[in-house]
Ligand binder design. Sequence first.
Ligand SMILES: CC[C@H](C(=O)O)C(=O)SCCNC(=O)CCNC(=O)[C@H](O)C(C)(C)COP(=O)(O)OP(=O)(O)OC[C@H]1O[C@@H](n2cnc3c(N)ncnc32)[C@H](O)[C@@H]1OP(=O)(O)O
Ligand SMILES: [Co+2]
Length: 134
Amino acid sequence: MIGKLNHVAIAVPDLEAATKLYRETLGAKVSDPVPQPAHGVTVVFVELPNTKIELLYPMGDKSPIAAFLEKNAAGGIHHICYEVADILAARDQLKAQGARVLGDGEPRIGAHDKPVLFLHPKDFCGTLVELEQA
Ligand SMILES: CC[C@H](C(=O)O)C(=O)SCCNC(=O)CCNC(=O)[C@H](O)C(C)(C)COP(=O)(O)OP(=O)(O)OC[C@H]1O[C@@H](n2cnc3c(N)ncnc32)[C@H](O)[C@@H]1OP(=O)(O)O
Ligand SMILES: [Co+2]
């Protein structure tokens, strides 16, 4: 079912400082901030040769990452995103195996203009898993 690692997301308390760190200290190619109001975050992409790092900052007062940052004031790895060939088939297969799909279970368009879904961290080794249609 899961294919390539699409990105690893890091929630950060200061997007400008994290951007500067990745761009200047780590010498990476970093995008400008991209507001994603439908997801309650502003995102910056760090382009790597084999995958991407997604820096996440809360947007709005109902951001799904707000509680995470309250618990992890310095930030931290928030989720990991795998690509799947068929997100609806993957969802149905996972649900049939008892995995919890977050939200209403319907894929939504994510930061790469592809449908995405999230799986409950408690079902996947304490790790929030995002699936993105390849
Ligand atoms: C623009 C789209 C972009 C893209 O790539 O396309 C994105 O990735 S958007 C990313 C932001 N959106 C989401 O994260 C949506 C899915 N997330 C959620 O629905 C929530 O974050 C949720 C339900 C995973 C957690 O919400 P919350 O923290 O408010 O709930 P709880 O405090 O009840 O947490 C329950 C339980 O899970 C643990 N937890 C929470 N977040 C994480 C995490 N990121 N990784 C691992 N574990 C997590 C939390 O500590 C609680 O555990 P407990 O032992 O009960 O304390
Ligand atoms: Co993501």
